[in-house]
Design a protein around this ligand. Structure first.
Ligand code: F6R
Length: 643
């Protein structure tokens, strides 16, 4: 039976394809605060009635901010966990509770160690019991929940394959708490935490779908564009064991909590005009027309009144009168995004160009979050800016040191050793740093955090690669800046929050160069990654510096990181590349040798970075071509940021 709790909120009735109540927040931080508030309400309500609150908890990157907010509520607002009993969804098997990747350790670090919860009230599936004892353990785990009257709320994340808990595709709706073999997508997504795929356990103990479905309230959180596709399938698709999260469509009191990025594939976001009245501003018209053209596989200028009417766009037609006029407006606006002069063309009118013609020679500052994002994401544009005579600077925001393999570090230490021996170079400081690094690496355990000496070696390896790229593109070494932002320097995937020192470093370089153009990695959607933190530092710096006179003449262009591209209707500058330029960019990317041939954080994409970049740039060119524009080999795309 569903308990009528304060947590149950009435959803606004709206016509949509969504089969689960869904709430979309501006970002993960806002969404997480709302979820923490809901949990706090349940804790207080249960406490008031003299009963313990029984919480079902999840791990992974998604709920971290919820836990941080709960800790804040405990410390600042006195929320007590004395009467709270928790049951976690899962644990890898086998897994020692103190291992870096253990969910036992995760929960202690992210929540339990910071609130007044009794250790005996915290339940997490075992990672250590022998196989033959697991069945009993799982049965008892479920029995304990039942004895307490069931879970008051279950918090869930969602895997890119649709798993909830570790109920992988194929899990049945009545599946029990059990040992589960992990899906390859799950293992690839976890590879970052374990260093490499082969070290990711093949199995895990997970609460079954049945126990999740029996929770009185279920809240599933999903943040980031990498979750957008599976969220669409779980919310709008048919219920199927292929996407276990789709079972939640049958739960009586569930809600999906999303940020804009994870909601971006929902039909209500992709084609809002089908569900509600929309304001037909330029952006919305562009979105509708490009969408129509691509879904009908027709170039824009061939779209007819009938196409508009038959595809839910009669309202737009009514506003404009004729398809011909709308087509032309959108076509021209897209045409004006295409330019081979990303720094502006001084010998031509700039009335219909994305960049100003003057000053003819611009000071350009490219921010690169990692040492290779500049060349991977905008290598063609970087080269053109240099070739067209602009004064181009690159600021590498972080050292990127955790992405260098141990073996690579040892190779460089050996090189230095041989070099120094050959030339009788004796240097005490050198000896200490490199010997320390070598000694550590030769005994390093799996996933052990590198000591500073090793991080230093790895950092200078990446610096050298970035310098090589800049030399290759043709900028002087005085224009290459390594910012080594401190938030990044933990030696682990988990970074520190953005601090004042980081913002100062970024502000200082802007103030020093006084750029006419800034290029930054605009991964607005990435909820916890380095790119987002690096971008936040730039946005904050722009805010602080905006009153400076030189900032009046500074335009900011955002490029996307290695993973995704802007939607076609968002693009404001499209820089085409010839096959030769594509090849040149590839050679620029090759300078990053430590990132070739299987990198430390391969993630779920087995392609190398140059392949990803080329696929993405040719896909953008292909889209333009499909819409009726000239056929280019590749295109790099940018969106302007107004501060
Ligand atoms: C974690 C769990 C998993 C994760 C899911 C998403 O306890 O059961 O289902 O919620 O894999 O992981 P993140 O949040 O890291 O994307």
């Amino acid at each position: 039976m569903i308990e009528a709790t304060e947590a149950i909120e009435l959803e606004k009735e709206s016509i949509s394809l969504e089969r689960v109540p869904t709430k979309i927040y501006k970002d993960a931080a806002e969404a997480s605060k709302a979820v923490a508030q809901e949990i706090a309400k349940i804790i207080r309500r249960k406490n008031a009635s003299g009963k313990p609150a029984v919480l079902g908890l999840a791990t992974g990157s998604t709920p971290k901010k919820v836990y941080a907010e709960l800790i804040r509520l405990h410390k600042v607002e006195g929320l007590s966990f004395e009467n709270v009993i928790t049951f976690n969804l899962d644990e890898y098997y086998p897994m020692q509770p103190d291992a870096v990747q253990s969910y036992h350790r995760f929960m202690k670090e992210q929540l339990f160690d910071h609130v007044n919860i009794a250790p005996e009230n915290c339940h997490i599936p075992t990672g250590t019991l022998p196989l033959e004892k697991l069945a009993i353990f799982c049965k008892e785990y479920e029995a304990q929940i039942e004895e307490l009257g069931g879970l008051d709320i279950q918090i869930l994340g969602i895997g890119r394959n649709g798993h909830i808990g570790f109920n992988e595709p194929g899990s049945l709706v009545n599946s029990k708490t059990r040992l589960m073999t992990l899906d390859i997508t799950t293992r690839m997504d976890a590879a970052g935490d374990f260093g490499t795929l082969v070290k990711v356990p093949r199995r895990a103990v997970t609460m079954g779908v049945k126990a999740i479905m029996e929770a009185k309230r279920v809240v599933l959180l999903a943040f980031g564009e990498h979750k957008a596709q599976v969220i669409k399938e779980a919310i709008e698709g048919t219920v199927s064991e292929k996407i276990p999260a789709s079972y939640l469509q049958g739960h009586q009191n569930v809600r999906f909590i999303l940020d804009e990025a994870s909601a971006s594939e929902l039909s209500s976001r992709k084609k809002p005009w089908l569900f509600d009245e929309v304001i037909w501003n330029k952006m919305m018209v562009k979105k509708a027309v490009t969408n129509l053209a691509l879904s009908l596989d027709k170039p824009i200028l061939k779209l007819t009144n009938r196409d508009y009417n038959e595809n839910g766009l009669s309202d737009l037609l009514a506003n404009y009168g004729q398809a011909y006029d709308i087509n032309l407006q959108v076509f021209q606006s897209l045409q004006h995004t295409i330019t081979g002069w990303p720094g502006g063309k001084s010998l031509a009118s700039d009335a219909n160009r994305p960049e100003r013609a003057f000053p003819a020679q611009k000071r350009v500052l490219i921010f690169s979050p990692h040492p290779d994002d500049d060349i991977i994401s905008m290598g063609g544009t970087f080269q053109r800016l240099v070739d067209q005579g602009h004064d181009v600077h690159v600021a590498y925001q972080t050292s990127g040191n955790i992405a260098v393999a141990d073996d690579e570090a040892l190779r460089f230490i050996d090189f230095l050793d041989d070099f120094n021996t050959a030339f009788d170079i004796e240097n005490k400081k050198y000896n200490t740093v490199f010997e320390e690094a070598r000694a550590f690496l030769s005994k390093k355990k799996d996933s052990e955090i590198d000591i500073p000496a090793v991080r230093y070696v790895k950092g200078i390896i990446r610096q050298g690669e970035a310098k090589a790229t800049c030399r290759f593109v043709g900028i002087p070494s005085s224009n290459v800046h390594f910012l080594n932002m401190p938030f990044y320097e933990t030696g682990a995937i988990q970074k520190m929050p953005l601090g004042e020192a980081d913002i100062k470093i970024v502000s200082n370089i802007i103030a020093e160069i006084k750029p006419h153009q800034i290029f930054a990695a605009g991964d607005l959607a990435d909820p916890h990654g380095t790119h987002k933190v690096c971008l936040d530092a730039i946005f904050e710096s722009l805010e602080r510096l905006k009153k400076e006179e030189y900032m009046n003449d500074c335009w900011v262009w955002l490029y996307r990181g290695a993973w995704a591209e802007w939607d076609i209707h968002e693009i404001e500058m499209a820089v085409p590349m010839s096959p030769t330029q594509v090849l040149q960019k590839r050679h620029g990317i090759f300078k990053h040798q430590s990132q070739k041939d299987g990198v430390v954080f391969q993630g779920n994409d087995s392609r190398e970075f140059w392949q990803r970049a080329e696929d993405r740039n040719s896909a953008t060119a292909d889209l333009y071509n499909k819409l009726g524009f000239a056929e280019y080999a590749a295109i790099e795309a940018f969106v302007r940021y107004h501060f």
